[in-house]
Ligand binder design. Structure first.
Ligand SMILES: [Zn+2]
Length: 416
């Protein structure tokens, strides 16, 4: 029975929130729905979030008129879904990819919404021909159930390609892995002078790394690498106590060949193990360099002349699926390209995990006296910032769960 499976998911969601945050599930406060919905509990908190609780729908909607008028037969479990529970948010994973259901509340007119889909009016807006849409898959693709088909749950990817998620809605709920509300940490940036700050996590300025680490040079062109950022893994992270510093060559377009702009592709789509030699830092880290060290050993390196403008980073624990967040630690990958879910499996037999991701279209402001980045045309870039790999790409950094012998690999994705 689908009703029971939905309830299990909603209960699991509550249990995770209780365990991780000692509260009921929370969503962003919205005045309009607050006034019309019965699902809210209490008042909004200081961050503008409010608790909610699911409720049984206690209704039997009659779909027969709709089915007769449009000559469709809706799958029984879809009908049962609409008659099961009201909820404001449901996020989880299907086969490691994230999925989010649209809220289902008493105030929604299900029959009217369904008529939109079935009549085809909704299709023109979303390009989702033939589907009743239930939510979002992989952060950006609508998913739903075919109006005419066999009850399969399908995501509609680029160029309207259909990707079957489950044989039925019931099976989807049975396989749904509920997302932990504290999945990852997201960055909050504050511009200030580095002199007035002693944060362990920041973008730009001078690095705060071990005194005995040499300032790195580019293996391709021999120029000193530019310091981009460093991150201290927060309390509760598996690498708590460690820091990571990232350097990159801003002479990229000037002296590098095209094939050297990006790190070698990780073996990702075939789920094969990446040999440990492939990620050996001396050969793999060419135009970039990642240092990994005990946070307590970091000292401000006066021998480095800063190029990237300083911004303090504060970490907030929580699941943020916002692709505009500059840096996300751990959490779930927000893929740019739906068919390139480049999630590498393991390296030398050890699981590779997502260490961090950097937003696409996020560039690094530079100081006025710092040299400009050189474009492919050999002209200086006019923008007052540096790009990391390219200005439009999203960057994923993977590492093994072994903080004493860390191994890193990078994927760069774009939707161009
Ligand atoms: Zn270089």
């Amino acid at each position: 029975m689908i009703k029971e499976k939905i309830k299990n998911c909603l209960e699991e969601n509550i249990a995770l929130w209780q365990l991780e945050t000692n509260s009921l599930p929370k969503i962003n406060f919205d005045q309009y729905t607050y006034e019309t919905s019965n699902l809210y509990v209490g008042k909004p908190d200081t961050e503008g979030r409010i608790q909610w609780h699911y409720a049984p729908a206690n209704r039997v909607l009659d779909f027969s008129k709709l089915e007769m008028e449009y000559h469709v037969a809706l799958p029984q479990d879809l009908k049962d879904y609409y008659n099961a529970y009201f909820f404001l948010e449901l996020n989880g994973f299907i086969d490691d990819e994230c999925i989010s259901f649209e809220p289902l509340d008493q105030i929604d007119d299900v029959l009217e919404n369904l008529e939109f889909f079935i009549s085809g009016e909704e299709d023109e807006k979303f390009g989702t021909t033939d589907f009743i849409i239930l939510g979002t898959y992989g952060h950006k693709y609508p998913f739903g159930i075919s109006k005419t088909g066999n009850g399969q749950v399908v995501a509609i990817m680029e160029e309207d390609k259909e990707y079957v998620l489950a044989k039925s809605l019931c099976e989807l709920f049975a396989r749904l892995k509920i997302a932990n509300p504290r999945l990852g940490w997201y960055s909050v940036l504050t511009s200030m002078e580095q002199k007035q700050d002693n944060s362990d996590s920041f973008i730009g300025g001078k690095p705060r790394i071990s005194a005995n680490i040499p300032l790195p040079v580019c293996k391709v062109c021999g120029e000193p690498l530019t310091f981009f950022f460093q991150l201290a893994f927060p309390k509760g992270h598996i690498w708590e106590g460690k820091s990571l510093a990232f350097f990159f060559c801003t002479s990229t377009y000037y002296k590098h060949d095209a094939q050297e702009w990006f790190p070698p592709r990780l073996l990702a789509n075939d789920k094969a193990d990446v040999p440990i030699e492939a990620l050996d830092s001396d050969s793999y880290q060419t135009l970039f360099r990642v240092y990994f060290f005990d946070t307590k050993d970091g000292v401000l390196r006066q021998d480095y002349h800063e190029k990237v403008m300083y911004q303090r980073i504060d970490w907030k624990a929580g699941r943020r699926r916002d692709k505009k967040v500059p840096i996300i630690l751990a959490g779930e990958p927000i893929w740019m390209d739906s068919f390139q879910r480049e999630c590498p499996k393991s390296c030398g037999g050890k699981n590779l995990e997502l260490v961090l991701q950097i937003a696409d279209y996020f560039n690094f402001e530079k100081y006025p006296d710092a040299p400009p980045e050189i474009r492919r045309s050999f002209q200086p870039r006019k923008e007052n910032n540096y790009t990391l790999f390219c200005d439009f790409n999203r960057i994923f950094l993977w590492g093994i769960d072994d903080k004493e012998k860390p191994v890193f690999g990078i994927n760069v994705q774009s939707d161009m």
